[in-house]
Write a protein of this length. Sequence first.
Length: 278
Amino acid sequence: MAGEAAAPAFPQTLVLAGAGKMGGAMLQGWLALGMKAQGVSAIDPYPSAQMQAFCAQKGVRLVASPEGLAPPQALVLAIKPQSLADAAAAYAPLIGPQTLVLSIMAGKTIANIAQALRARAIVRTMPNTPAAVGRGVTGAAASPDVSPAQKVMATALLDAVGRTVWLEDESLIDAVTAVSGSGPAYIFYLTECLAKAGEAAGLPAELAMQLARATVEGSGELMFREAQTTASQLRVNVTSPGGTTAAALEVLMAADGLEPLLIRAIAAARRRAGELSG
């Protein structure tokens, strides 16, 4: 019908290597948006009881190894990065002439994957943990052999768990890792600190954490809903001149305040990401 959104450009056949938390979240997102379960095979030698039940309910083929599977349109690598070398021989037969390899393995470059699997069309990504609730953001970089249609297909697969940002240069993945890949941990720690500051101000510990969590959750939702308003403007909107918020921001925005601290933290994370990827 006119006006209806186009269906996502999912592959007709897909093999998911690794059905853990992130791989499982992606699988649930794909099926929820209309991917045909009969075209999906999930590989996990030690799947959780929940994943076994989910695959059985949805009709997804769940196997312990790639042996006997045919090359799919898309192979999604959600295995542990350190297991790539050992798994390469088993997964290489899944690479057909039209197979897109989409990797969510931290630290493994396009060159690493190409060498291990003898693959050409490769998309390297860095999702973050909010993907588990459909609110992730994923940075993605494509090898030169990824066709426009394959890029559209990769976008559909990644958008199922949030938003996708395409990078012109794969080297930016390290910075993406530092900002959004590791970013949820920073927000969780900020919540801890906010609660402890509340305790120091005299609040009971449980109440301080309740207030801190609700404030972070609500602020995130407000930024999501007010997407056309910058974070700076949202800050200004809740800051009355000479008020309590302004007094706190004077401390946080000092020369030795939050911004330079985060710049150092992101630099450390980016540096470590580069070390891990070689």
